[in-house]
Write a protein that binds this ligand. Structure first.
Ligand code: NAD
Length: 477
């Protein structure tokens, strides 16, 4: 096997080629860039057995040593950022500059997670008894990650799960398995064998994991539709679940913004990573007093942005990551055309190899249109006019999603007031998409169950255990 091309799983501390293999494509060229193992049920059983065997020792390892391991892994990612960046662009499509940002973020995420501590609550400390509630690890975690930020979103899980003392089997998306497999290769000697296992495979592997009795918890990031299936499949063995799912974030732009200053930020709120971000702005509500001015500024800026192969100098937006998603985005564009909505820019597929969709902005489509109501997860943004604050809050909230959102305005008190009325797990004022390993992030409504990040996210990898110690014998009756 050519290990620069044919990547291996990590099972029980050893690189493992598995049985079959599948091709991984570069979405900018549709050419094969490498292959990944296609795990069988037996491969998965071996990975879970290795994790189960490693769990007691890892749980008993002092937390300071677990933190040291995470810090070393984070440093190793940073030291190899250049190689990761190139591989990430090749398998995901994002430009090198953004790929570098993701890789550095992944390294720092591990170190940020390592800065957290497991709380102990003293419930009672009286003459009669001492009672405390501490946090113990769950056991073996099955982690399933998506293709938009493959390395970073995997680290959202690896950091806190391992810090809390769990062992893990991690499965990346079949569209972007290589950076995660490379990560396994890099850190394999930094952890006791079996603490972290990485498996890759096709569509059957995720359901094998969620239904497997060997897992105590599933931590899943992906679409809401798949999240429902994960929860259902985890139910028979009452596995704990954390579900980080889809969103349809609204940005609300108030009439007092400085249009010239915010137009670029608003553009990237929607189009960074080609719109393939769970917390991308997917609907932009613009106050009627500035609608035309902001619309024109966004369109003028959009025309300057370079779309192309992320490996080429100067590219700002790459291709869509994979063919099914490319087809979904084109289908939404076609629906908007069929309904006669007005396109301000974009709307025509490029007709070149690769999954390229041009930056597309729609002018005030109806509130009930598919492009407003559905998660596009691509470079298509509807601009929508509003004039009443209560009405725009109601429209922002009229969705099954509740992941993120943002409010933009010079009057920060008013913007903050509106932000508090958005039913989403995170709402930003005058920025978007800032996440931190020390802050809770998660979805309300059908955007998720539970959170990642912060102490709240760490606790999701633990059980509460209360120990009660009697100090004085009971009085005789
Ligand atoms: P997806 O749901 O298709 O796949 C996610 C992962 O689940 C992949 O690894 C996939 O192989 C696996 N999978 C697929 N079917 C499965 C099943 N039945 N059981 C178990 N696992 C299964 O999502 P995607 O297309 O990779 O990612 C895009 C979606 O993810 C968008 O909806 C986006 O909003 C969401 N997302 C959410 C967050 C968040 O933190 N809330 C972050 C990134 C992406």
């Amino acid at each position: 096997m050519d290990f620069d091309r044919d990547y291996a799983m990590l099972i029980g501390g050893k690189l493992d080629g598995g049985g079959g293999r599948f091709d991984v494509l570069n979405p900018a060229t549709e050419g094969v860039i490498g292959t990944a193992p296609d795990a069988t049920p037996d491969d998965l059983d071996r990975a879970i057995a290795a994790a189960r065997a490693a769990f007691p020792g890892w749980a008993a390892t002092p937390i300071a040593d677990r933190k040291a391991a995470l810090n070393a892994m984070g440093q190793a990612v940073l030291a190899n950022a250049d190689a990761f960046k190139r591989l990430l662009t090749a398998e995901q499509g994002k430009p090198h500059s953004e790929a570098e940002g993701e890789v550095i973020g992944a390294g720092y995420w591990l170190m940020g997670a390592a800065s957290l501590d497991l709380p102990v609550t003293v419930n009672e400390d009286s003459d009669e008894r001492y009672s405390e509630t501490r946090r113990v690890p769950l056991g073996v975690v099955g982690a399933i990650s998506p293709w938009n930020f493959p390395l970073l979103l995997a680290m959202f899980k690896v950091g806190p799960a391992l810090l809390a003392g769990n062992a893990m089997v991690l499965k990346p998306s079949p569209f972007t398995p290589l950076t995660t497999l490379k990560f396994g290769e890099l850190v394999k000697d930094m952890l006791p064998p079996g603490v972290l296992n990485i498996v890759t495979g096709g569509d059957a592997l995720g359901p094998w994991m969620t239904g497997h009795k060997g897992f105590d918890k599933i931590s899943f990031t992906g679409s809401t539709a798949t999240g429902r299936r994960v929860m259902e499949s985890a139910a028979p063995t009452l596995k704990r679940v954390t579900l980080e799912l889809g969103g349809n974030d609204a940005a609300i732009v108030m009439p007092d913004v400085d249009v010239e200053k915010v137009a670029e930020d608003l553009f990237w709120a929607a189009f960074r990573n080609n719109g393939q971000i769970c917390i991308a702005t997917k609907r932009m509500y613009v106050h009627k007093d500035i609608y035309e001015e902001l619309r024109d500024a966004l369109v003028a800026y959009a025309k300057t942005v370079k779309v192309g192969d992320g490996a080429q100098q100067g590219t700002q937006i790459g291709p869509i990551n994979n063919e099914p998603q490319y087809r979904r985005v084109l289908d939404l564009i076609q629906d908007a055309k069929d309904k006669g909505y007005k396109f301000l820019v974009g709307g025509e597929a490029a007709g070149v190899p690769g999954y390229f969709v041009p930056v597309t902005i729609l002018d005030n489509p109806p509130e009930d249109s598919r492009i407003v109501q559905e998660e596009q997860f691509g470079p298509v943004l509807p601009l929508i006019k509003f004039d009443d604050y209560d009405d725009v809050v109601a429209r922002a909230n009229a969705t099954e999603y509740g992941l993120g959102g943002s409010v933009w305005g010079a009057d920060e008190d008013r913007a903050f007031d509106i932000a508090q009325r958005i039913a989403s797990g995170t709402v930003w004022v005058n920025e978007t998409q800032h996440l931190s390993p020390t802050a809770a992030f998660g979805g309300m409504k059908q955007s998720g169950v539970g959170v990642e990040g912060g102490v709240e996210g760490l606790l999701e990898y633990t059980s509460a255990q209360t120990i009660v110690r009697r100090k004085k014998p009971h009085a005789k009756v």
